[in-house]
Write a protein that binds this ligand. Structure first.
Ligand code: MG
Length: 380
């Protein structure tokens, strides 16, 4: 007996039955929806386990309570599921996209990614969204019949959040929307904004925890100030972490409620009734204009005061050096690479891609260990 797990969804939601399917056809799962199967495959992948040791903003060993790529991805999934349920969109699909969206990230967060981009400049570049797709499409090796996880089209589409036009042209159906300037599913649009809600808020929390930013500074940010005032009024005697948590949870809630209300309005105004309508419409999942401005103000604050704090800059600088030096030594001496990453031919482009795959797959501490092994004279 098959139960229809998607019967409650809106007509414009993504459905397994209307999916563009998997690259390699497989029998339908007996006990779960197709998108639940995708989520489960992602959770069992090696790349997913590595997220635990990859930096979001703070390097993993700097403290036990900071977000990692793993806890970030779980928070994104939580917010995305909440949003999807309220909008009658496919919760299983947003969960799968959320858990996979950062699988292609390098060690050391954005610093590592920027460094690898620069290293790959002459070798067709490195884009982390494209790398996430590469992980689920080819790099994971778990199944007998195919490389990768063989995920549904809609999951892959959500994972490939952005892509340069040059790369889109090589990707077939999954890249076509960037060429045609069409939208992805509402689930993909939603997960993208759930990501933003998650990191803006957890970066406040981690920033305060680290002591790099203060609540006094944050009072300049309208969104924070509004809810911190509400908390002070409701709980005049609490302070410290408890007050911060009460403030941040109100901010997340405000963003979530605003996004649901605005998106519902947009969907009604655009009068979409199928997923094809969605693909041809303007982006429909959005914040209101005023909330968008407040979220931008918060982002600017975090950029100026946290992401560019001198102590974070030191980590960024070190990360750049580690990634750049590893890339350099592996390109000039590919015989130092593990066998799987060495090529029989001397095709420089193909070798660079192998090196990029190797480095992107490293956790922070693995990259540091490799660096020490290769460059420190007293290490073996
Ligand atoms: Mg993310």
């Amino acid at each position: 007996m098959t139960i229809n797990l998607e019967a409650h969804l809106a007509s414009y939601a993504s459905r397994s039955t209307q999916s563009l399917g998997r690259r390699f056809s497989e029998e339908a799962p007996a006990t779960r929806s197709e998108f639940q199967r995708d989520r489960d495959r992602i959770i069992h992948s090696a790349a997913f386990r590595r997220l635990e040791y990859k930096t979001q903003v703070f390097v993993n060993h700097e403290g036990d309570l900071f977000r990692t790529r793993l806890t970030h991805s779980i928070e994104v999934a939580q917010i995305a599921r909440s949003l999807a349920r309220n909008l009658q969109l496919n919760e299983d699909l947003v969960e799968a996209i959320s858990l996979a969206h950062d699988l292609g990230h390098t060690p050391f967060g954005h610093a590592g990614q920027d460094a690898l981009n620069a290293c790959m400049k002459d070798y067709d570049g490195f884009e982390h969204n494209l790398q996430s797709l590469r992980v689920v499409d080819t790099l994971e090796q778990r199944y007998g019949a195919f490389d990768g996880l063989n995920l549904m089209f809609e999951t892959r589409e959500g994972v490939l959040k952005h892509c340069s036009l040059a790369h889109a042209k090589d990707l077939g159906a999954i890249g076509q929307r960037f060429i045609d300037r069409k939208q992805p599913s509402l689930e993909a649009q939603l997960t993208n904004l759930a990501d933003e809600i998650a990191y803006n808020n957890h970066d406040i929390d981690d920033g305060l925890r680290s002591g790099l930013i203060t609540t006094e500074q944050l009072e300049e940010v309208a969104l924070y100030a509004r809810y911190s005032a509400e908390v002070k009024k409701q709980f005049p005697h609490i302070g410290g972490r408890r007050a911060i948590n009460e403030t941040v949870r109100r901010m997340i809630n405000a963003l979530v409620v605003d996004l649901i209300d605005t998106s519902k309005e947009n969907i009604a105004t655009a009068a979409v009734s199928t997923i094809d309508d969605v693909r041809n419409a303007a982006p429909l999942i959005a914040f209101s204009e005023s909330m968008k401005l407040e979220a931008q103000e918060l982002k600017r604050f975090l950029r100026a005061n946290l992401y560019h704090h001198y102590l974070v800059n030191r980590m960024t600088s070190k990360a750049r050096r580690i990634v750049t030096d590893l890339f350099g030594i592996f390109m000039s001496e590919p015989q130092l690479l593990p066998n799987d990453y060495q090529l029989a031919s001397d095709d420089k482009n193909a070798q660079a891609r192998k090196v990029a795959d190797y480095i992107a797959g490293m956790t922070d501490r693995y990259a540091m260990r490799e660096y020490r092994k290769l460059f420190a004279v007293d290490e073996i």
